[in-house]
Design a binder for this molecule. Structure first.
Ligand code: AVJ
Length: 333
């Protein structure tokens, strides 16, 4: 049961799409596959099956990330809400199934919730579920690649803005790109706003290797599924059985790398070009950078954020930070 309404509800629900043309996506993927070191952007993991497989990963014993973060959100929801304050517009880039915000909504009561995700049917389903569960909620769901947040200000009025970015999704960016993304976030939230962000902590290699090589093999299916997705959107000829999942922690770079390794010499037709693979060659599909509280605070400082508070789960596996805008920050420096 939801708590009694604190103020009259003015619920509204909108679903807006800013999805690019499929041909743009295929051109981008083709560029990445024709590089010297072949790669695929991790955003292409999340077709319908990929989104489902990711949810299954979060339920495995070996992938501790989601459990640890959910523990923080459950235990600290009221504290987090008190720190963020009343009447904010809450924006969530890459919301997935919107599972995490549900721990915050009753305590926070934002005036607007704006989930943003690239994956259309999962976003529709998640947003509908949310407005049913929280009937007082104003929700504007945005179907878009969240790397470009420029449409946000025109859709939100003068309300104070807070970005919610859980899941350690920030870890998928190269550190320099993470700074640029956080600068864009800083521009959107302005000097009065905030950033609530979940960041996976540096830890021993064994724990990380296990988290990205779960014993049920779901991470392997998730990684390989990107080739099915490409075959569908680009009409390419990847033989998925001829690749294998590879994931390992590189402690020097503080990141888990995921790759798809070709198990034979082979050629693949992709959007008019022929890709040659030698046996053992890999396609780099994901980096997941891990940070300490200090290293992440330093990175966020480069984007004009000051850390106000950090919460950890009981095993100290994961961190949730609340950052506020640094008034003295000059983006031209
Ligand atoms: C949702 C991007 C944070 O990097 O840990 C899970 C995705 N990849 N298992 C991560 C993922 C392999 C996940 N993020």
């Amino acid at each position: 049961m939801e708590a009694v309404l604190a103020r009259p509800s003015a619920k509204s629900y909108q679903f807006l799409s800013f999805i690019r043309k499929r041909s743009d996506a295929v051109a981008e993927i083709s560029r990445d596959l024709n590089r010297e070191v072949k790669r695929i952007s991790p955003k292409y993991f999340y077709d319908e099956r990929g989104s489902r497989l990711f949810e299954q990963i979060t339920a495995t014993e070996d992938y501790y990330v989601t459990r640890a973060e959910n523990e923080i959100l459950v235990e600290r929801a009221q504290e987090i809400a008190d720190l963020i304050g009343e009447d904010c517009a809450l924006i969530e880039p890459g919301c997935g199934n919107c599972s995490k915000v549900q721990y915050l909504l009753s305590a926070l009561r934002p005036t607007l919730y704006m989930p943003i995700d690239i994956s259309t049917p999962p976003l529709q389903k998640a947003a509908r579920h949310l407005v049913n569960r929280f009937p007082w909620l104003n929700c504007t769901a945005i179907n878009a690649d969240f790397c470009d947040l420029s449409f946000v200000p025109t859709l939100i009025g003068e309300q104070r803005r807070v970005v919610f970015y859980p899941g350690s999704t920030i870890g998928n960016f190269e550190p320099a790109d993470a700074v640029n993304f956080l600068k864009a976030v800083r521009d959107i939230v302005g000097s009065e706003g905030g950033l609530l962000i979940g960041v996976d902590l540096e830890k021993n290699a064994a724990t990380l290797d296990r988290a990205y090589n779960d014993r049920e093999g779901i991470t392997a299916d998730f990684n390989l599924n990107v080739l099915h997705h490409l075959n569908r959107i680009a009409g390419s000829s990847f033989s998925v059985d001829s690749f294998e999942h590879l994931a390992f922690y590189d402690s020097r770079k503080n990141r888990v790398e995921m790759h798809l390794r070709s198990i034979a010499d082979q050629t693949v037709e992709f959007a008019g070009s022929t890709l040659n693979f030698s046996a053992g060659e890999t396609i780099h599909t994901e980096n997941s950078y891990k940070y300490s509280t200090e290293s992440f605070s330093a990175l966020a400082a480069e984007a004009g954020f000051i850390r106000a508070q950090t919460w950890y789960d009981s095993k100290h596996l994961f961190s949730m930070h609340y950052f506020v805008a640094d008034d003295t920050y000059n983006s031209n420096q």
